[in-house]
Write a protein that binds this ligand. Sequence first.
Ligand SMILES: CC(C)(COP(=O)(O)OP(=O)(O)OC[C@H]1O[C@@H](n2cnc3c(N)ncnc32)[C@H](O)[C@@H]1OP(=O)(O)O)[C@@H](O)C(=O)NCCC(=O)NCCS
Length: 158
Amino acid sequence: MKALQVRIRKVRKGDVDRIVDIERSWHHLSHWSIDSYYRLLNDDSFTSSFVAEMEDAYGRPHIVGFVIFHIAADVSEIYNIAVERQNARSGIGKQLMVAAIEESGRRRARKVILEVRKSNDPAIDFYLGFDFHITGERKNYYSNPTEDAYVMELDISD
Ligand SMILES: CC(C)(COP(=O)(O)OP(=O)(O)OC[C@H]1O[C@@H](n2cnc3c(N)ncnc32)[C@H](O)[C@@H]1OP(=O)(O)O)[C@@H](O)C(=O)NCCC(=O)NCCS
């Protein structure tokens, strides 16, 4: 299937409500408070985020996905990535992840890491498609419901 064309751009503070809507629509995701999103988005020196936008039926830009990640020294950590449910599996997550990996490389990260619920097979398949590898586990990392996480890692050192 042809990927939906989206525009990837840096997040702005006015995007938080839409990001929260998308995140809340996926029940298995850990939900962050609105304040945590504002705190993260204010921390320009460390946290990078992108949104994906499409035009709505009236030609207005509409956010359909986001990726939030943090680069410290040579490690980039993906905190959260999600695409609105009705547009999942249309290539939007891939475009967001490519943007995050490229930005991590530009900012001299040598690896990208993330945690994922062990039961989140679609996301695990998505990450394996980028050549992420499972490098460890974290016991009871998630709550509501309690679940272990896989730690996954992508080497971007060359
Ligand atoms: C995981 C997620 C971000 C992927 O984004 P997406 O836009 O749906 O994914 P894409 O369409 O770009 O898919 C790229 C590739 O990933 C894999 N993939 C994506 N969704 C998949 C699924 N449900 N099942 C199996 N493989 C999947 C496929 O290989 C796919 O390529 P293909 O469609 O050509 O086969 C999205 O499904 C989502 O928002 N999930 C809910 C939130 C979440 O769980 N985030 C991860 C938190 S750790």
